[in-house]
Design a protein around this ligand. Sequence first.
Ligand code: CO8
Length: 258
Amino acid sequence: MAYEMILVETQGRVGVITLNRPKALNALCDQLMTELGEALRAYDADPAVGAIVVTGSEKAFAAGADIKEMKDRDFPAIYFDDFIGKRWEDVLRIQKPVIAAVAGFALGGGCELAMMCDLILAADNAKFGQPEINLGVIPGAGGSQRLTRAIGKSKAMEMILTARMMDAAEAERANLVARVVPVADLLPEALKMGEKIASLSAPSVAMAKEAVNAAFETTLREGVRLERRLFQSLFATDDQKEGMSAFAEKRKPAFRNR
Ligand code: CO8
């Protein structure tokens, strides 16, 4: 498929999707989100790819949903169209790890998209915020829930009620991001992380992702039960035998993703 609002390039075993609407600071319009979903699904289905990086420009990961596109929608249009459920949550249905490599603004839906990825790697110029309150609305793609779970109630409440942005250092202290790196190192670091993940056994990677994400969505008891079942089911894979035999034989494992 030919894309107009994203760039797609496979680097080694990592699929890189770059949001590319520079004039609108990567505002997430319907077309961009549709293209992003297509590209994510294509990489998820590609056996040569083991991890996916979603990134933007140095100035903006994404400055939010497209306000100009949204502004004239009325309640029935936004309710029955259910664009939020249909397109915005595509990233949640991807089995391979998705790394958000965030430089510049990650605001509103941009922050929500980053939080829907499996982890966020931030450049030192990153700015996170949920400024929807300035527009007379509230976060609509999970921000009030995921931000609160990530950074706690008081900080999330402050950001969502006042629209205050958080810089990269604060985002790291608040556990919103995995790590902060100089902006020039953002993509190389994300690729290094993606390559490491892609070198491991795909079933264990997918199940590790599933288990950690369950911690966001279920109770401790259910999460631990799921983890145990996933752990046990990995003993049905060749890669478990290979990984443990390789350790015992003091050699590198040769995973076959099965
Ligand atoms: N939507 C549409 N256009 C945008 C957006 C946006 N979110 N953000 C920036 N732009 C456009 C500007 O209009 C401008 O266009 P033009 O040159 O044609 O006037 C261009 O990008 C450059 O922007 P600025 O001139 O404003 O650049 P600055 O560097 O001065 O400011 C800011 C950068 C601070 C990021 C500023 O652009 C800004 O405040 N942007 C809006 C941020 C915002 O409010 N985001 C939240 C949007 S609402 C949302 O995300 C709800 C999510 C719900 C998900 C479900 C949706 C279906």
